[in-house]
Design a protein around this ligand. Structure first.
Ligand SMILES: C[S@@+](CC[C@H](N)C(=O)[O-])C[C@H]1O[C@@H](n2cnc3c(N)ncnc32)[C@H](O)[C@@H]1O
Length: 444
């Protein structure tokens, strides 16, 4: 059904179509426009474009949400969407989710992610990354270099990288596919262009799966691709506890099939190398004490503790802390050659609370230590950051998948006397708005 355009000055309602000048990028993969003073977050647009968009959410007074239905004046960075089923050519309710930057050229995707990081750091972290001279050319240079591309992605146009994909099953028809971009409706798709070839080979995109709720597809580096099914009424995924083998360069890692592992085939190596290099710099500056109370918080299967060990050597003492017992077992196995490594199952806040009760010599060892932390998307949060500050380690190496959460925690650390000494960002999620950051903080 076609809807009337919104009348001048009338509040926006769901279904209205409006013409918008898109001016900037926001966190979360949407662009920003204004309609009669009200902010409108627009999906499937690119800053600089003029678009016709349909309002999808108008509950809030301060802003509305919309999605592009027609591009009136296209950005030079606009490309045909890498996934036909997510394109603006489709009705907006029928667009597949999970590739919200797939209509933008790769280099510009990175520039937009850089802008989101610079903005988050300025607004929430109190850190000015933009060049002081206000020169648009220097700003452009900063933005194109801030978020580093991943090896091999340029050649493949950022496709074929996902080694983990979750699909859903339509409870009525049994059809298998991703959720739509803006709802939990299952969309039928012909292929999964962001996923590896192995995943595309096993994905049951054309076979109905009645009685199943989710289909997790994984393609480990050193094992065959496989499928984990969750049956209706059950929580456990069949096969989730099976061990699979991953490779990071030539180092093997054992991971539960259903456990956490970075999704881009190169991401474990990118983050391993970045943390190893950051720790190597601390070692070179005489700021790293191998025998101190070093921690790898939210440690998963021990990837980043192994990176610390590669920088420091076999004398490293480190404790990985992880909530999932299966992942802790994997970490214990993956770190078994490191005599000074201990893998613990605990929530991070509970473990830090225990550490804060320790006797003075233990507290002193922790103060001399380095904390690597890699929290889930929600960030470490105020509670854990408060505990960390009380623990007061010499260095904090923060790996973050959410720039705003990182920026907020940066503010907390800086106010407690830590200096931000390094910030890098990595495009390990091409064609989506996600990216990973690494920030190093040193106690003054
Ligand atoms: C982003 S992953 C990082 C894993 C690991 N560092 C890696 O690079 O593979 C976050 C990990 O934190 C764990 N986790 C989430 N919340 C937690 C909490 N409150 N305490 C401890 N671990 C938690 C998850 O199970 C997951 O393994």
């Amino acid at each position: 059904m076609e809807h009337m355009s919104a009348a001048a000055n009338a509040p926006l309602s769901i279904g209205d179509t409006v013409e918008l000048d898109v001016t900037g990028i926001a966190h979360g993969g949407v662009s920003v426009a204004r309609h009669e003073g009200r902010v409108v977050f627009v999906a499937d647009a690119i800053p600089g474009e003029r678009v016709r968009a349909r309002v999808t959410d108008a509950k809030k007074k301060s802003f509305a949400r919309a999605a592009v239905v027609e591009v009136l004046d296209a950005s030079p960075h606009r490309r045909e969407h890498v996934w036909a089923e997510a394109s603006v050519d489709r009705d907006l309710d029928d667009r597949a989710g999970g590739a919200e930057f797939g209509h933008i050229d790769l280099a510009h995707q990175r520039a937009l992610k850089g802008e989101v990081l610079v903005d988050a750091m300025q607004r929430f972290g109190g850190v000015e990354l933009a060049p002081e001279d206000d020169d648009p050319e220097s700003m452009r240079e900063l933005l194109t270099e801030l978020v580093e591309p991943t090896e091999g992605d340029e050649e493949r146009n950022g496709l074929g990288y996902r080694t983990r994909v979750r699909l859903h099953v339509d409870p009525e028809t049994g059809a298998v596919g991703p959720y739509a971009a803006r709802s939990r409706r299952v969309i039928s798709v012909a292929s999964l262009p962001l996923a590896t070839e192995g995943i595309n080979q096993v994905a049951p995109l054309h076979e109905p799966m009645p009685g199943v709720t989710t289909v997790d597809l994984i393609d480990p580096a050193a094992d065959d691709p496989r499928m984990l099914l969750t049956l209706a009424g059950e929580k456990e995924r069949a096969g989730a506890g099976d061990a699979v083998h991953e490779l990071v360069e030539d180092r093997g890692f054992l991971v539960r099939a259903g456990g956490f592992w970075q999704v881009h085939r190169e991401a474990p190596a990118v983050l391993f190398t970045a943390v190893r290099d950051a720790v190597s710099d601390l070692v070179a500056d005489g700021r790293f004490d191998p025998a101190a109370g070093n921690l790898d918080l939210y440690g998963g299967a021990g990837l980043l503790a192994a990176a610390m060990a590669e920088a420091v050597g076999p004398g490293l003492k480190v404790t990985t802390v992880e909530a999932e017992p299966g992942a802790t077992d994997d970490a214990a196995e993956n770190l078994s050659e490191l005599v000074g490594a201990l893998a613990l199952t605990s929530k991070v806040d509970r473990h830090l609370a225990e550490l804060l009760k320790s006797a003075a010599p233990v507290r002193d060892r922790l103060r001399r230590g380095t904390v690597v932390l890699d929290p889930p998307r929600s960030g470490a949060g105020g509670g854990v950051m408060g505990q960390l500050i009380e623990l007061s380690p010499a260095n904090v190496v923060y790996v973050a998948c959410d720039p705003v959460a990182l920026a907020r925690d940066t503010k907390t650390l800086r106010e407690a006397g830590y200096e931000l000494t390094e910030l890098r960002a990595f495009d390990i999620f091409p064609h989506t708005h996600h990216f990973e950051s690494l920030a190093v903080f040193q106690r003054a």
